[in-house]
Ligand binder design. Structure first.
Ligand SMILES: C[S@@+](CC[C@H](N)C(=O)[O-])C[C@H]1O[C@@H](n2cnc3c(N)ncnc32)[C@H](O)[C@@H]1O
Length: 291
């Protein structure tokens, strides 16, 4: 944990607090990835309003009050997230339900709370797992989690990811079918690609979630492609991407590799150290600070 005591804490804290004074300062202050050890509620409380373009995060599932001995203050996190999100910014909240007998439905309760705070439920997306070991004897195998895409007002950025279409080129296309039931055909162009659906599928485990072995020292890593796809969709180069519960640093790795600024917080010094090593091994520059 030596890196956590490198004397950067106060200086970096001031930099964070100073951020938001101007768009220009945002770019300067966040050029290097920042990893902060602390309770994200306390850290966010020291920040100004309307700061963050994009948050991609995943909470400890089901408000486990005893998560590694830490409290999980969902409502306070949600309130602070709303406050620090820029107007037109996005929070992607990746969450599954505890399944123990039935489903807890915590994910939906959290989504409704976000909406009550003022977020728009811009989309409810599905993170489908291509391979999942979780089977139930009396229900279908659970193969997904939710990705709530919450916006503070109308989203300012949407860079739609595309997939190739099966057929493209010019064809006689049916149009204008009238009540007489007769199809009319007209030459039209089928495009080479179309916008993806809101169900995204990823392989999980080593080689799927990530190839960084060190990441698996954290128990709940989400796929780096998932993080990258959201980073590309809802932010532009130079924007600040944030993960208040960054775990092994997946969002940070993909944000920095895609030329965004990144700030991550985790309450566990052990997880911050995993994130630090992972980002460094990926050739990324990172500073550590204590809240
Ligand atoms: C599901 S994991 C995130 C994993 C991460 N997305 C990744 O790919 O590695 C949730 C994280 O939230 C952290 N956490 C829990 N409560 C927190 C709090 N109040 N403030 C900051 N981090 C917290 C936990 O230590 C844990 O690493």
């Amino acid at each position: 944990m030596q890196q956590l005591d490198m004397g950067l804490a106060q200086e970096s804290k001031e930099k964070i607090a100073d951020t938001a004074s101007s768009a220009e300062s945002k770019l300067i202050e966040f050029r290097t990835g920042r990893l902060i050890v602390g309770n994200c509620v306390d850290v966010m409380r020291s920040w100004k309003d309307d700061l963050i373009q994009l948050t991609v995060t995943s909470p400890p599932y089901d408000s486990l009050r005893d998560y590694k001995g830490y409290e999980f203050p969902f409502e306070e996190i949600a309130q602070e997230l709303y406050r620090v999100t820029a107007k037109g910014g996005i929070v992607v909240w990746v969450v599954g339900d505890r399944i123990n007998g039935g489903r807890s439905l915590t994910s939906f309760r959290q989504a409704i709370y976000f909406q009550e705070l003022g977020f728009s439920a811009h989309d409810v997306m599905i993170y489908q797992k291509k391979n999942t070991p979780f089977t139930r004897s009396n229900a279908y195998t659970n193969a997904y989690e939710m990705m709530f895409v919450l916006s503070k007002g109308k989203p300012t950025t949407f860079n739609p990811l595309k997939v190739p279409t099966q057929r493209h080129g010019f064809e006689m296309l049916t149009h204008n079918k009238l009540p007489d039931g007769i199809n009319k055909k007209k030459l039209g162009e089928l495009k080479k690609e179309k916008t993806r659906t809101n169900i995204w599928s990823y392989a999980v485990g080593l080689g799927g979630t990530t190839s960084d072995r060190i990441a698996f020292q954290h128990p709940a890593v989400f796929p780096e492609k998932l993080a990258e796809d959201h980073v590309l969709s809802w932010s532009n180069p130079g924007d600040i991407v944030f993960d208040p519960m960054c775990g092994s640093g997946t969002t940070g790795k993909m944000a920095l590799l895609r030329d965004r600024e990144f700030v991550g917080i985790d309450i566990s010094p052990e997880y911050i150290e995993i994130a630090r090593q992972r980002l460094t091994q990926s050739g990324l520059s990172v500073e550590i600070m204590n809240a």
